[in-house]
Design a protein around this ligand. Structure first.
Ligand code: ASP
Length: 305
């Protein structure tokens, strides 16, 4: 499996943000809209960074925007599990302190990334699961959502196709972001409904530090999307960050990660990276992965899929 697409951007010493809207095989007619959403998410994050805000706030804002957009597999519009229900995974990590917060198998809440951020802020534990995560969220003032307001017709149709064996369980649309702020701090955030029709209780790579999300100011920050079991088996986000720390360029690290995912775990997908100096890179082995990026000035706003 070769690297189908790779990209690099950013500027040494500047703030930067790179956002993804999931790896997969989007039909051509949906690609432009997917890229446009990522562009807007990158713009929101970039505004925070340009105003001197933190990488952590920027990645949360970008991911929140995409969670609220029903076209992506996160928050509203997320993929359904085998029961036809939402079971959401999300994590956010601060490269300055290695503080990280995650939720997994979370029942419907509008913005799982906000709950993950609260887990990070609280600091007592790293990851909460299922009803325990829901209880934590409610104690912190978040409200359960009516599933009917978050489950879309597209998500139902996708589950039916998967049940009829007409489609793989590829989801197209996990969302994530990495950023470097003007103080040189890095952050990463990722949010997903997981794979379509997944077994009840399945947790993917997204909320697991080092697998689907990672950030360390001394190494790099990463967000992954793709066949999560492969990301979990290889710990690929941590590996890619360490390759940068050891001297690979972000683009070399991203491409090496995509090759390793296939070679060692037969997993397809994509990865985003930001180096401590602000350089950005992405690589994918899938047909598509929508993305948006911005660095140094709001004029450097770009997107693709
Ligand atoms: N990595 C996600 C998971 O396996 C799915 C995706 O990125 O599309 O849960």
């Amino acid at each position: 499996m070769s690297v189908r697409f790779s990209w690099c951007g950013g500027e040494v010493g500047a703030w930067s943000i790179l956002v993804h809207g999931g790896a997969g095989d989007l039909p051509p007619e949906r690609r432009e809209a997917h890229a446009a959403g990522c562009r807007e998410a990158a713009r929101l994050g970039a505004e925070i960074l340009a105003a001197g805000g933190s990488a952590l706030d920027a990645v949360q804002a970008a991911v929140t925007f995409l969670e609220d957009d029903p076209r992506y597999n996160a928050g509203t519009g997320a993929s359904l599990d085998e029961r036809g229900e939402l079971s959401l995974d999300a994590a956010v990590m601060d490269g300055a302190t290695l503080a990280v917060g995650g939720v997994c198998a979370l029942p419907p809440f509008r913005n799982p990334i906000a709950i993950a951020r609260e887990v990070l802020r609280d600091g007592r534990h790293v990851l909460y699961a299922g009803e325990g995560a829901a209880r934590f969220a409610e104690e912190r003032g978040f409200f359960r959502a009516d599933p009917a307001t978050m489950i879309t017709e597209t998500a139902r149709a996708r589950l039916e196709e998967t049940r009829r064996g007409q489609d793989g369980n590829w989801a197209d649309g996990t969302v994530g972001a990495v950023a470097r702020d003007i103080s040189g701090h890095l952050a990463a955030a990722t949010s997903t409904g997981g794979t379509v029709g997944k077994r009840y209780g399945r947790v993917g790579d997204t909320p697991i530090p080092g697998a689907g999300t990672y950030a360390d100011d001394l190494a790099a920050a990463a967000s992954g999307t793709g066949y999560g079991e492969g990301y979990l088996r290889t710990g690929i986000c941590l590996r890619a960050c360490l390759w940068i720390q050891e001297g690979k360029t972000p683009q070399e690290a991203a491409e090496t990660a995509i090759r390793m995912l296939w070679k060692r775990a037969q997993a397809r997908g994509g990865i985003l990276l930001v180096a401590p100096d602000g350089r950005l890179a992405l690589a994918r082995s899938t047909e598509t992965m929508s993305w948006g990026a911005c660095w140094a000035s709001l004029e450097h706003l770009t997107a693709g899929s």
